[in-house]
Design a protein around this ligand. Sequence first.
Ligand SMILES: Nc1ncnc2c1ncn2[C@@H]1O[C@H](COP(=O)(O)OP(=O)(O)OP(=O)(O)O)[C@@H](O)[C@H]1O
Length: 245
Amino acid sequence: MALAIKHLVGGYSQIPVLKDISFEVQPGELVGLIGLNGAGKSTTINHIIGLLTPMKGSIELNGQTLAANPQAYKAQIAYIPETPILYEELTLKEHLEMTMLAYGLDQTQAWKRAHELLKIFRLDNKLSWFPANFSKGMKQKVMIVCAFLTNAKLFIIDEPFLGLDPLAVHDLLALIKEVKAQGAGVLMSTHVLDTAEKACDRFVLLHSGEVQTQGTFAEIRAAYPDAGASLNDIYLALTGVTRDE
Ligand SMILES: Nc1ncnc2c1ncn2[C@@H]1O[C@H](COP(=O)(O)OP(=O)(O)OP(=O)(O)O)[C@@H](O)[C@H]1O
């Protein structure tokens, strides 16, 4: 078991946004977190990374909880937010050094890995650049490089496909495959359902703060045989929206 969310009720104030959510992400598995705007994807992620505290239910990561052992829990997670969060006063090199320090990585090994990742994302000649000089996609790539430097057990990636060029999407999917093969779990929220259909091992479909359905694409298609052939069709049918509307 990597991530286990059980009966999570949560949100931002007294009124819960998430109403009794349960799902798991197993080691070596890429799970797609799918849902309309406002369905509760970011709220779920905010609970997993510890920005929000559950009102009810539990979140465990390899047996650790945030409440019992915050350091051990957080050390297992690498998070790539939808909107890149970088420090304006730090260079790319300093961002990488900070990640290495924060995760207690061996500098020699980590720099070897960093150079591979920087080359993949064509940032290898930009180590002295500040975030102000990067485009939005380049900032996203910096966050990807920092996340994949770590030996995290769980990667959480919030909508990676909208700001990245097709080559970077391809390279990111290859990296995900690599960390999955090493036993990490990956939870990815996205609206790009055709890519998700091909890449994800399982799906959790959220609707109005509830898990509407979950399973592999084959399982979901078998459960809703009349809903359509693609994840996009099934999702539109399940949320009650037709293509003609
Ligand atoms: N900071 C906040 N304070 C109060 N309510 C919030 C806050 N952020 C989100 N919400 C509410 O929580 C609900 C779920 O929002 P959430 O951001 O989790 O959706 P989402 O599935 O990530 O949507 P999107 O696809 O637009 O990113 C919405 O009703 C939203 O209005």
